[in-house]
Design a protein around this ligand. Structure first.
Ligand code: NAP
Length: 250
């Protein structure tokens, strides 16, 4: 029976939005691969919670800014599950906080590596395993972008917004490239979500920006997870190359 269960890989699943996605996936009876960078205790605790729901959970430390680590992550997926049905490219960093004066070559290189190169390499590995013309069962890739890709991030992190713009373009292109082979590719653009992500900014960023949100509030990580699970699952069987904004209208 276990072999009929679907497997979802969530990058950056130890905290924040990724952890909420992993929990929601377990509630929908996915087995879950929990990638993380450094938070091993949080990833192990989440894995225990998921097992309590009757699902298999595999925490895997791997730096999404490293191709060797991406390959090791997918080797673990192959070894433990032998299949992948959903990839959620969620791991992401903000880089420096401030105007364009704050950027330098090393910060940008790390930002592009984690936010762009990692998702590309994960999509390559997942797509190769999912494609029906290569013996796969099809599948879904959900890329966690940001509304910043559209708004631009001015004064705070244009560099971060630009990295998410690249993810949006990747989503549109890969959706067309992989559609004939049973792989759907979509994006979720969160707005102002309560998580540690804002820690790089001065204290109070979320409260300061709430008045710019038409719904006049920030969102929980669970509210992002709902959109991801929709795009990952059968209710979105004819949906590819598009985006769900989870922004309260922003
Ligand atoms: P978060 O609370 O800071 O969590 C980040 C997660 O990514 C953690 O699990 C972290 O692992 C992992 N991670 C960071 N660098 C990694 C790396 N090099 N390799 C593997 N994992 C790595 O952030 P979040 O708010 O959940 O953000 C998740 C995604 O949503 C990001 O792509 C972000 O850009 C996007 N987003 C967030 C917001 C928001 O308002 N929060 C808005 C728009 C988009 P460790 O715990 O091991 O460090």
């Amino acid at each position: 029976m276990a072999d009929d269960r679907k497997v979802m890989l969530v990058t950056g699943a130890s905290r924040g939005i990724g952890a909420a996605i992993a929990r929601a996936a377990a509630h929908e009876q996915y087995d879950v691969v929990l990638n993380y960078a450094t938070s091993s205790d949080a990833a192990e605790a989440l894995a225990d919670d998921i097992r309590d729901l009757g699902c298999r959970a595999l925490p895997v430390q791997a730096d999404m800014g490293s191709e060797a680590d991406v390959l090791r992550l997918f080797a673990a997926v192959d070894q433990w599950f032998g299949r992948i049905d959903v990839l959620v490219n969620n791991a992401g960093i903000a880089g420096s906080y401030g105007t364009v004066d704050t950027v330098d070559e090393s910060m940008l290189a790390r930002l592009w590596a984690v936010n762009i190169t990692g998702p590309f390499l994960c999509a390559r590995e997942a797509g190769a395993r999912m494609r029906t013309d290569r013996g796969g069962n099809g599948g879904a890739i959900v890329n966690i972008s940001s509304k910043a890709a559209v708004l631009g991030g001015s004064g705070e992190w244009v560099h971060y917004a630009a990295s998410k713009g690249a993810i949006d373009t990747m989503t549109v292109g890969l959706a067309k490239e992989l559609a004939p082979f049973g792989v759907r590719v979509n994006g979720v653009r969160p707005g102002l979500i309560e998580s540690d992500f804002h820690d790089v900014a001065p204290t109070g960023r979320v409260a300061r920006l709430v008045p710019t949100v038409p719904m006049l509030r920030s969102a929980t990580t669970d509210e992002v997870a709902g959109a991801v699970l929709f795009l990952a699952g059968p209710a979105a069987s004819y949906v590819t190359g598009t985006f769900v904004d989870v922004t309260g209208g922003r």
